[in-house]
Design a binder for this molecule. Structure first.
Ligand code: AMP
Ligand code: MG
Length: 411
């Protein structure tokens, strides 16, 4: 039987996260594929999107009002002759060739500012009578006019590769006339559940059996993070079964295993991975839930051995597997950041581990509040499903008083 990995490697949460980030920085994402603009939502951009012309392409009025020469507005009030009306989308023939001294043009937001005019005075500071407008407020040259190319020059990169495409990126792509985008292929993620007590979710479990929920929560998490989950079923706590499935899983871009990484006699996952030539980067992190998390590489493929308790599986995916998956999906690395919210009621825990406890973020507007969910440990998936965040508790805190600001990992 293969030897267990000789590693004293139970790392602090931060060190473990950094180890994953360092490896993630080295992975090469897959090929590119073309998808329709709306189908690109949530995908990772594979090739830069550039400006097809200057933005804005003309001197755009930012307000409804009058296009004027700022020098005409030094003595107030002033009366100007209105020589034209310029609508947004105006034909060039309807834009006066020049605004001369003492002249103005009525102008609408989004319309081209005519030559000679160097500012727009807002309609609120004017009153029109016949063909004459009285202006009661001065403007500086450039006020309420967006210069040509000030947002972007033609051919300038607007969206870089590696960007996670959201609604604002879709707006940019639409504004430069793109109806499809090149995105990275979704990485294939093998998901292998382990355990003699685990049965398929669509079967009736025996009295001491548990339905497989981890393969499904993980598939959902993989999909949400931009991956393509491949469920490999359930391996028995038995060497041959495990080894075969692990080999199969290592064909994918990333392998996620659940269960079998604790200290029990039948927790064989690490041994079997070692037998497949794995190197281990850590075999535990000082966190709860999720302490026995394993991270390594075999046959050039990364794997995570996630603890089997359903909440541990979820939390360790979010904290460790997700950045690796995002890197395989071509996404530019981002750091994990916690939000802060005010604690509604006191929390008491034990020291020693950084805790990620299911919580409920509530409140309104600038008054975010958070409260611990009542839960019964790392197996309590129902309590987690009714929560919407994890409250992060530092390892050195035994008691956190109501009213304190606490870090929160939003779901
Ligand atoms: P293990 O990490 O193998 O020691 O498992 C820890 C706990 O998680 C045990 O109570 C298992 O029954 C449970 N568990 C393991 N795998 C799964 C799974 N795929 N779905 C639901 N529960 C699981
Ligand atoms: Mg097990």
């Amino acid at each position: 039987m293969a030897a267990l990995p000789q590693l004293p490697s139970i790392l602090s949460f931060e060190d473990a996260r950094h180890v994953v980030e360092q490896h993630a920085a080295q992975v090469v994402p897959g090929d590119l594929e073309s998808v329709g603009l709306l189908a690109s939502l949530g995908r990772v951009l594979g090739r830069a999107v550039t400006a097809d012309r200057d933005f804005p392409p003309f001197r755009r009025a930012m307000r409804d009002g009058y296009a004027v020469r700022a020098v005409d507005l030094t003595q107030l009030p002033v009366i100007l002759d209105v020589i034209a009306e310029i609508k947004a989308g105006a034909d060039s023939r309807d834009v006066p060739a020049q605004i001369g001294p003492g002249q103005a043009a009525a102008i609408m937001t989004g319309a081209p500012t005519p030559p000679g005019a160097d500012a727009v005075v807002m309609v609120e500071y004017t009153s029109l009578s016949g063909n004459q407008v009285t202006v009661t407020r001065a403007v500086a040259s450039g006020d309420n006019v967006v210069p040509v190319g000030s947002e972007a020059r033609q051919d300038q990169v607007l969206l870089p590769p590696g960007l996670l495409i959201d609604y604002s990126a879709i707006a940019v792509a639409a504004s430069v006339g793109r109806d499809s985008l090149l995105v990275f292929r979704r990485p294939e993620v093998a998901i292998l559940a382990t355990g003699d007590e685990i049965v398929e979710a669509n079967t009736q479990p025996g009295p001491n059996q548990i339905r497989n929920s981890n393969s499904y929560s993980l598939s959902a998490q993989v999909q949400a993070a931009g991956g393509d989950p491949k469920i490999l079923g359930i391996a028995r706590d038995e060497p041959q079964s495990l080894r075969d499935r692990i080999q199969q899983g290592l064909q994918c871009d990333l392998l996620l295993l659940t269960g079998g990484v604790s200290m029990g006699k039948y927790d064989l996952v690490e041994q079997m991975l070692a037998g497949c030539g794995a190197e281990f980067f850590f075999t535990g992190a000082q966190i709860q839930p999720g302490k026995p998390i394993v991270f390594g590489r075999a046959n050039g493929k990364y794997f995570f051995g996630l603890p089997g308790n359903p909440v541990s599986t979820m939390v360790t995916f979010e904290l460790f597997a997700k950045p690796m998956l995002e890197a395989l999906a071509g996404m530019t690395a981002r750091k994990l950041v916690f939000l802060h919210a005010r604690l509604k009621s006191e929390i008491k825990t034990k020291t020693g581990l950084k805790r990620f406890l299911p919580g409920m973020l509530s409140g309104e507007f600038e008054r975010g509040e958070v409260e611990l969910s009542t839960w019964h440990g790392s197996g309590d998936v129902a309590s987690t499903a009714r929560s919407n965040c994890y409250i992060v508790i530092p390892p050195d805190r035994e008691r956190i008083a109501a009213g304190e600001w606490v870090p929160v990992l939003k779901r």
